[in-house]
Design a protein around this ligand. Structure first.
Ligand code: KG4
Ligand code: ZN
Length: 378
């Protein structure tokens, strides 16, 4: 990240689709001048998931200071911005509206164009953005897996031609039939008394499971019809039934819930409260999720005959997922791109980056811009 003033096209990105209020300034779609993320995890934690009403209220409180900080860190003043990019959807309508209303007002007051961005396209740009920054732009066509708390979807991404109104053209190859992978992480963590969000803690516990015996094994998930579709609710239910049928888990779950209430959330504290059986269970759960994500993505790459795979979204921060993809990509002669962990989860740099090609094509929104809870890319 740099605080130097850039002479390029500077876009302020605003993201408020779920439980992160974020603002960032990105020059020419690839140079991050600032990126600020205010997470609401502490607010939603005690409910075990995002509470939409609380999320919108918190966005309202955070949006002004977060944008102000992003501007300060960028070293720019509002007048030096070229455009404002804002997430239009998909997401929680009340939350999206906070960012959209703020973006519209700011763009109107500054006399700058407003650009509507699809959150999913933002996640894809997060990976492209850093690849470009490293001087190794991702070769298209590519297969892209977006895997987060709200989405698990596979796209083929092609470059739009000069006549096309889009920089990238998307074709959906498969998606989850039920829960998103991140949602499965969050639900399994909750039922094991491991708090919210579940991904980061389960990731670390699985890595520390070593040779803990497997109390259960989960086979590959079969989905009828499209073989590139995912399904995670069966796996989550299998974990639930396994835990219910084995009363020995009960006591440690209660201990962990009590520890969480007392604010004991340090990894080592939580790890101490996990039996080898629980560690084995967490590892088997993660093995199953990672296997399904990797196998279907590789099958998609083969089907589309592409050499590039892009993986983005909150679950892309997962160490085992990254490691397995990298290993498999190497043996398969594929190039794999992940955003850094910071840019894997929700942020606004990805929104500003996705706004840039639209800026170049003059695709601007007007004051009628509205939030879209559902907004498929293809
Ligand atoms: O992209 P994101 O910040 O928000 C959505 O658009 O959903 O993703 C959040 C999701 C949560 O479900 C969280 O548990 C999961 O990403 N997550 C992880 C990891 N870090 C975050 N899942 C697995 N391993 C991780 N290290
Ligand atoms: Zn997201």
């Amino acid at each position: 990240m740099s605080a130097e003033v850039s002479s390029g096209t500077c876009i302020l990105g605003i993201e408020s689709s779920c439980d992160e209020t974020a603002a960032a300034v990105v020059a020419d779609g690839r140079e991050i001048l600032s990126s600020v993320v205010a997470s609401q995890i502490d607010i939603h934690r005690k409910y075990g998931g995002v509470v939409p009403e609380l999320a919108s209220r918190e966005h309202l409180r955070q949006i002004v200071p977060v944008v102000r900080e992003a501007m300060e860190q960028s070293g720019l003043v509002f007048g030096e911005l070229d455009a404002i990019g804002v997430t239009q959807g998909p997401g929680l309508v009340g939350s999206l509206l906070v960012g959209i209303t703020y973006g519209k007002t700011l763009a109107g007051a500054l006399g700058k164009p407003l650009i509507a961005v699809n959150h999913l396209e933002g996640h894809i740009h997060a990976a492209f953005l850093e690849a470009q920054q490293r001087g190794e732009p991702a070769k298209l066509p590519a297969v892209c897996l977006i895997v987060s708390g709200g989405h698990t979807v596979l796209y083929e991404v092609q470059a739009g031609d000069a006549a096309s109104s889009q920089a990238f053209v998307y074709r959906k190859l498969g998606q989850t039939r039920d829960d998103a992978a991140g949602e499965a992480y969050d639900k399994v963590a909750k039922l094991l008394g491991l708090g919210y969000p579940g991904g980061p803690i389960l990731d670390r516990l699985a890595a520390s499971a070593d040779h803990a015996p497997a109390p259960v094994r989960f086979g590959p998930t079969k989905t009828r019809g499209n073989p590139l579709d995912f399904s995670f609710s069966g796996l989550k239910t299998a974990v639930l039934y396994h835990v219910r049928e084995h009363p020995e888990y009960r006591e440690e779950i209660q201990k962990r819930e009590e520890a969480a209430r007392l604010g004991q959330r340090q990894f080592e504290e939580v790890r101490q409260l996990c039996s080898p059986q629980t560690l084995g269970l967490v590892r088997e759960f993660q093995n199953a999720v990672v296997r399904d994500l990797v196998e279907r993505t590789l099958a998609a790459a083969e089907q589309c005959d592409v050499e590039t795979i892009v993986v983005s979204g909150g679950v892309a921060a997962n160490s085992q997922l990254r490691g397995t993809f990298e290993e498999r990509a190497k043996t398969g002669g594929l190039k794999i791109y992940f955003p850094s962990r910071m840019l894997s989860t929700d942020n606004a740099a990805m929104i500003a980056a996705a706004a840039y090609p639209r800026f170049l094509r003059g695709q601007f929104a007007d004051t009628s811009l509205n939030a879209r809870a559902s907004m498929p890319l293809a």
